[in-house]
Design a protein around this ligand. Structure first.
Ligand code: BEZ
Length: 202
């Protein structure tokens, strides 16, 4: 299998963490891919019409994209058991969507501040994206702590990768100051070998 990859992407990182947790990193060849909404660069537009990574080429079927499709596929293929059976599945998927939503808003903030031409940048739009993140962090702090403390699943991995991206690209926002329980959880989670091996500046 071939995975279109950029180490800074929190969505690629989710896939890589799954592969590490399943001891299956050697099952994929990493294909470097980079670009942005204004310039697709080497992003696999012929494999994913949305031009987004991760995208996973399979020997026995069409290329898969987005990260949630790829992680469900690999979880099934590798019997990684990072998605529990229903009814717990619905919580895992909702937590994964929360982590992915934080990561998506954080990536859009990065594009707005660094890719969009300076004259057309919107500070109000950036703050609207941060509002989504702030509400999600509050939900994680107040409502998701018992799930985060439970058995490893893809929801936790998505949240761990999203918080790692906040540290990587938006450290000035200091999310830990107002979310002590989430900060304590993340400190332990980020120490997992799979998370250390995939840290964006590793
Ligand atoms: C980044 O450099 O922040 C980045 C790279 C690829 C995908 C998303 C974000």
């Amino acid at each position: 299998m071939r995975l279109y990859h950029a180490p800074a992407s929190p969505f690629v990182r989710k896939v890589m963490v799954l592969l590490h947790e399943a001891d299956a990193v050697d099952r994929v060849t990493l294909i470097p891919a980079s670009g942005n909404p204004l310039d697709p660069g080497t992003l696999p537009v012929d494999r994913n019409p949305l031009g987004k990574i991760p995208a996973l080429e399979r020997p026995d079927g069409p290329t898969l994209y987005d990260s949630r499709v790829i992680t469900r596929y690999l979880d099934d293929l590798l019997d990684a058991r990072l998605y529990p059976a229903a009814p717990h599945l619905w919580d895992t998927l909702t937590l994964e969507a929360t982590g992915d939503g934080i990561a998506e808003a954080a990536v859009l903030m990065r594009y707005e501040a660094h890719v969009r031409p300076e004259a057309t940048r919107s500070p109000a739009w950036i703050e609207a994206q941060w509002s989504k993140i702030a509400r999600s962090l509050a939900a994680l702090e107040e409502r998701w702590q018992s799930h985060l403390a439970g058995p490893l699943d893809m929801g936790q991995i998505a949240v761990g990768c999203a918080l790692g991206y906040l540290d990587f690209r938006h450290a000035d926002r200091d999310w830990r100051a107002t979310h002590p329980a989430l900060a304590a959880w993340h400190a332990a989670f980020a120490d997992r070998p799979a998370m250390r091996a995939t840290a964006p500046d590793a």
